[in-house]
Design a protein around this ligand. Structure first.
Ligand SMILES: NC(=O)c1ccc[n+]([C@@H]2O[C@H](COP(=O)([O-])OP(=O)(O)OC[C@H]3O[C@@H](n4cnc5c(N)ncnc54)[C@H](OP(=O)(O)O)[C@@H]3O)[C@@H](O)[C@H]2O)c1
Length: 318
């Protein structure tokens, strides 16, 4: 495993982070047992991963808490609290109060079996919700930090609805956040300009999600997404082979598979921190850690990816 310093937090974190959400939720998303999922977290730690990302809404905080028991001080736990009440629209203006946020944090601490979290994020904020968060919820987060219940303040975007990073781009004007989590992958590279550069200017740590999502782990979904981009005139259909559109990741880039190429592309992006990988499969976990710790794709391949997709900011690859 390789480690890096996560921006202004000074935390020494593994370049691969375990994501306990996504569709898999450590296997809980497709019916694996609690013990299986605890085993995935332990396998990740055995591979040298010390950065674990979960959230109140994933249902995986108790799994993380159980897996890290006895090793808590060696692990960086990143968790997230929802900003909308249960049942309310994730994109709406019905937002929780500071008191609700405090209650929610106490519940997360109980589920994690810990008296602190390392990074506490507001979860999935959309542009129209940001000013409220800044005004009403950030003071509460700062109070938690003063009380020692959280170490650093984090913010995550809702990439599927905000693939152009309008929320994080606005948030990075404020000198409030220690860490941000953004969507970035070899198709939508727009976080480079809109998140990584402004975050780097303030030494804000950047976490990458969506490195591999459905379209980059499922050939049919990839074909469908590229077909839409071609129809919209956003990519040139003659620029890649119809039956194996990202085959050049192997032939030109030196990747083993699309998934391998996708993780390596993210890992070697400048100014970034942890690349998150979520899975319920111990085999996938091992493969993905091997990819994230592999050398960069060949420079010609990276240039080709920028030429082909560098202007795309309308899809998340979900
Ligand atoms: N707004 C937010 O705050 C937000 C949103 C999304 C995600 N996140 C966080 O970021 C983490 C990463 O999320 P993500 O969106 O990048 O998705 P992800 O959770 O990493 O999911 C990747 C998907 O690809 C599959 N996969 C993994 N390795 C594979 C391999 N080697 N070959 C084929 N398929 C593979 C997994 O299924 P298998 O189980 O079959 O491996 C999984 O369904 C999440 O777990 C979560 O912690 C945060």
């Amino acid at each position: 495993m390789e480690y890096l310093t996560l921006g202004r937090t000074g935390l020494n974190v593994s370049v691969a982070g375990l994501g306990c959400g996504g569709a898999s939720r450590l296997g809980q998303g497709y019916g694996e047992s609690h013990a299986h999922s605890v085993g995935i977290v332990k396998a990740a730690m055995d591979l040298g991963i010390n950065f674990i990302d979960t959230a109140a809404v994933y249902g995986t905080e108790p799994i993380v808490g159980e897996a890290v028991a006895g090793r808590r001080e060696d692990i960086v736990i990143s968790t997230k609290l929802p900003i909308v009440p249960p049942g309310a629209s994730a994109l709406g203006q019905d937002l929780i109060s500071g008191e609700d946020l405090a209650v929610s944090l106490e519940k997360s601490l109980t589920r994690l079996g810990s008296d602190y979290v390392d990074i506490l994020h507001l979860h999935g904020v959309v542009p129209a919700q940001y000013e409220y968060c800044l005004r009403e919820l950030v003071p509460v987060l700062q109070r938690f930090r003063d009380q020692g219940k959280i170490r650093f303040l984090g913010l995550t975007e809702r990439f599927i609805y905000d693939p152009q990073h309008a929320m994080l781009n606005r948030a990075l004007e404020d000198d409030v956040w220690d860490v941000v989590m953004t969507g970035f992958n070899l198709i939508n590279q727009s976080a480079r300009q809109r998140v990584f550069i402004p975050a780097g200017e303030k030494s804000v740590g950047a976490l990458i999600m969506f490195a591999v999502r459905r379209a980059l782990s499922n050939p049919e979904a990839l074909q469908a997404m590229l077909g839409e981009l071609v129809n919209e005139g956003l990519v040139d259909p003659n620029a890649f082979a119809a039956d194996d559109p990202l085959g050049f990741l192997r032939t030109l880039g030196g990747a083993e598979t699309v998934v391998d190429g996708a993780y390596r592309f993210c890992r070697h992006e400048a100014r970034t921190g942890v690349v998150l990988t979520g899975t319920g499969s111990a085999d996938h976990l091992r493969e993905n850690v091997a990819s994230i710790t592999s050398p960069a794709l060949a420079p010609d391949c990276v240039i080709r990816l920028e030429q082909l997709f560098g202007a795309i900011d309308s899809v998340s690859c979900n």
